[in-house]
Design a binder for this molecule. Sequence first.
Ligand code: ATP
Ligand code: MG
Length: 176
Amino acid sequence: MQTDKPLRLFFALSCPSDLASAICNWRDSHALGGRPVAQTNLHMTLAFLGNQPATAVDGLKQLANSLRVDAFLLQLDQLQMIGKNFACLVPSQSPSPLNQLVEQLHAGLSTHGVMLDARPFLPHVTLSRQVHALPDIQPPAFHWPLHRFGLYRSENTSSGVHYSELASWPLAAPGH
Ligand code: ATP
Ligand code: MG
C-alpha cells in the first residue's frame, strides 16, 4: 500500500449479504426513489474518521483489538429521513452493546487524537440518497445479528463509492 496517501476511514457494521438482499428487495418494491445505495454497500457507520495517514492503521487496529463488547441483535424497524434527504432504516431501540461499542470506539479514538464529528451518534443504514419524500410505509422488522465490526476504507471510483474492509473484530459471546 502506498504510505503517503491519506485513507478515508470509518468503523462500521457491514450488512450480511442475505439481509442486504432482503432489505434492498423491500426498498426496491416500494420505489423510494433517489439514488439507491448499492446492495453490497449497506452498512451502519459506528465512527467516521475521515482522512488518516496510512501509518495510523496499525494503531487503529490495536485500539479496536482492545475493545470488549457483547454480540447483539439489532432490529431495523423504522424508515426515517436523515440529514440531506437520506432515506434510512433505523432501530426504534438502540441495544446497549451497540451504544457501548460506539462509546468505547469514540473514547479510544479521542485518546488517539482522532477528531470525530460532534453530532451525537445516530444509528442508521442509508438506503437511498436525494429522496424527495418518504412513502407512508412501515418496514418489516429486519433482524440483524451482530457478531463483528470492522475498519473500512472508502474510495470514490468511476463506478461509485467502494468500501474495503481493512480488518474486522469479533464481538464477545454474551456471558463469556
Ligand atoms: P459518497 O460520499 O461518495 O456518496 P459515502 O457517504 O457512502 O459515499 P463516505 O463519504 O466515504 O462514503 O462515508 C463513509 C461512511 O461514513 C458513510 O456511512 C457516511 O454516512 C459516513 N460519514 C461520512 N462523513 C461523515 C461525517 N462527517 N460524520 C459522520 N459520518 C460520516
Ligand atoms: Mg459521504
